[in-house]
Design a protein around this ligand. Structure first.
Ligand code: AGP
Length: 615
């Protein structure tokens, strides 16, 4: 998630913008920049790395007179972290500067049209395409506002943008679609920003801009217009009562809760530009061979993602996959025998020592290594033969939540992508690939996930709160699942352990009778994943075995399934394995509410680090 701030007012603008960027640092970034007007031209100053690097450059600039400016902290999605990819980007004629948060799905098409008209590009970003599109439309539109609107109507994807024009040095323009952008109403000054903390010290009067709205503002006036027809819109400013820290969490109690509730957005961003009605689009994989076998290697939650993804890679793409814990893989005589073996390393941070070591070992054996990371330009992303990005935005809370959701989505897209390319099995022609209507149904289901999850998260949260209070005195928990729910059981147990410090074991439900069931008694509850799939009858009988030993059972289940347990937690039903996208947030919320209720440090659990960069 990039950070944007724009300012038009009576103060020296660049210090206001820099202060605002510092308040957006918590969002994570890899480069930054600022723009301001001077003597009829726009000055753009950018730097890779932390804000200090940008401040050093700005110290060389005569910024004192500018009372209008904008700034940006970049979380790389398209194009590696580098000064040339940092924002603001400017049009070829240097008349327009623009900062952007979001993903423009059709930027390649836009760049192609503009290149044919003589535009040149100096970065790999989608943003540079947009600023030049606005400049190109300015040639035929009577003013900048219309050119801005015409260009935005041609864009597909998600954006929050702010722009300035050298001929209007006291004016900022901004607009949003699917990315947050807040307008700050001050006394003789106005702000736009990705998040309230950026300008909270100056004003608590805010307007949450809606999708499809444009704003034009100077120090003393502003207008909000509808993108589709530029008709004026009136929004009454709201008063924000949050303190700074609450504002950084967007009003949520913890970053973890904020990131759980970001998952619909994460799913939408992960799907953006990667699906058509017929297939998955992963250009990063186009030059790679279809793997004959996959060795998935990761740690912790990322390992759970890999265990879940294996079900899709084997069932949808017919690619045999084995999933290994990185700290084991790196020391085992792992046999990457065949030339078409591929190692897939999964890591949110891209810096986990064991996973990086596993990658290096695999590369030393000559294997093709694909990295699936969230942090662009991280060590694993750089050292892999090729990298895919989950685009989940920075994950602040130590407990990984939206990262797993985004990893699972990418694994589903990879399975879909390879299912179209994997030659049919010699052995079993029928199950090798999907029938076209099956594929279309799966794609429609994937596309429905963001809205479905968004609609049900509040109710899930309520259920999690109630159940956590009921079971707060438990000292032990079993989490049981079968098939694709087994990795979810492992993840549910990990979340409970690492957040509330309650001992919890995730188990394959079928394994209980091979010993663990001896532990069950009235004080050892079980959280069973009993979803509507082919294995439900088996899970049901495992639940009965637990109950026969006086074990209490919470069942995460779907409507209409015949199940008698102490607590039924019904979530929306989806065909396996996509039902995992509804089950995962429920498990996350249960552990979150348990930890919060028990008074634990939810965002910074004891003894844990966000990225385990040492063995
Ligand atoms: C999960 O909540 C933990 N934060 C931890 O298990 C984490 O998933 C693991 O350390 C792997 O991190 P990575 O994805 O950054 O490699």
């Amino acid at each position: 998630m990039c950070g944007i701030i724009g300012y038009a007012g009576h103060r020296p603008a660049v210090p206001v913008v820099m202060e605002g960027l510092r308040r957006l640092e918590y969002r994570g970034y890899d480069s930054a920049g600022a723009a301001f007007a001077r003597q009829g031209a726009l000055r753009i100053v950018r730097a890779k790395g932390k804000l200090a690097a940008l401040e050093e450059k700005l110290a060389q600039e005569p910024v004192a007179t500018a009372t209008c400016a904008m700034g940006h902290t970049r979380w790389a999605t398209h194009g590696i972290p580098a000064e040339r990819n940092a924002h603001p980007h400017c049009s070829n004629d240097a008349a327009i500067a623009l900062v952007h948060n979001g993903i423009i799905e059709n930027y390649q098409e836009i760049k192609k049209e503009l290149a044919e008209k003589g535009h040149v590009f100096h970065s790999e970003t989608d943003t540079e395409a947009l600023v030049n599109l606005i400049a190109e439309r300015r040639k035929s539109e009577k003013d900048l506002l219309r050119a801005f609107a015409v260009a935005l109507r041609e864009v597909r994807g998600a954006y929050a943008v702010c722009l300035m024009h050298c001929e209007e040095p006291e004016t900022i323009y901004a607009a949003r679609l699917s990315c947050p952008l807040i307008f700050g109403v001050g006394a003789g000054e106005h702000f736009v920003a990705s998040d309230i903390p950026a300008f909270l010290p100056y004003t608590r009067q805010v307007i949450f801009l809606e999708d499809g709205e444009i704003v034009r503002a100077t120090a003393t006036s502003y207008e909000i217009l509808r993108l589709e027809d530029l008709r004026p819109i009136i929004h009454e400013p709201q008063t924000i009562l949050w303190d700074m820290q609450a504002a950084q969490k967007g009003g949520y109690r913890h970053f973890m809760l904020k990131e759980i509730f970001e998952q619909p957005r994460v799913l939408a961003d992960g799907l953006a530009g990667r699906l058509t009605a017929e297939n998955a689009l992963l250009p990063e994989l186009d030059a790679l061979p279809v793997p004959g076998k996959l060795h998935i290697v990761a740690c912790g939650t990322s390992w759970h993602s890999g265990l879940w993804g294996r079900h899709l890679l084997e069932h949808w793409a017919r690619i045999p996959a084995q999933v290994e814990i990185a700290s084991e893989f790196r020391y085992r005589e792992s046999l990457l025998l065949n030339r078409d073996d591929m190692v897939l390393v999964i890591s949110q941070s891209g810096e986990t020592a064991d996973t990086l070591a596993a990658l290096r070992r695999a590369r030393k054996q000559g294997a093709m290594v694909l990295g699936l990371c969230n942090v662009v330009g991280s060590s694993i992303a750089r050292e892999a033969s090729a990298a895919l990005y989950t685009q989940a935005g920075p994950e602040i809370s130590v407990a990984s939540t939206k990262a797993m959701c985004s990893q699972m989505l990418m694994l589903a897209l990879m399975a879909l992508y390879w299912s179209e390319r994997k030659p049919a099995d010699n052995i079993d022609q029928t199950s090798a690939a999907f029938a076209p209507e099956q594929r279309r149904l799966l794609i429609a289901l994937l596309e429905s996930l963001p809205a479905l999850l968004d609609a049900h998260l509040p109710e899930m949260h309520e259920n999690a709160r109630g159940l956590s209070r009921k079971y707060a005195d438990a000292n032990n928990f079993f989490y049981l699942g079968r098939g694709h729910c087994f990795p979810l059981a492992l993840e549910g147990a990990l979340k409970l352990k690492e957040l509330s410090y309650i001992h919890a074991e995730g188990y394959a439900a079928g394994e209980m009778k091979h010993g663990p069931i001896a532990l069950i008694d009235t004080l050892f509850p079980t959280f069973a994943l009993a979803l509507d799939d082919a294995l439900f009858p088996k899970v049901k009988s495992n639940i009965v075995e637990v109950q026969a030993r006086q074990g209490k059972v919470i069942a995460l289940t779907n409507e209409g399934l015949d199940l008698t347990v102490d607590d039924r937690w019904v979530i929306p039903s989806l065909p396996a394995p996509l039902s995992a996208f509804m089950a995962l947030p429920a498990l996350q919320l249960f552990s979150y509410e348990m930890a919060d209720y028990l008074g634990k440090d939810v965002d910074q659990p004891r003894n844990l680090a966000k990225s385990v960069t040492v063995e």
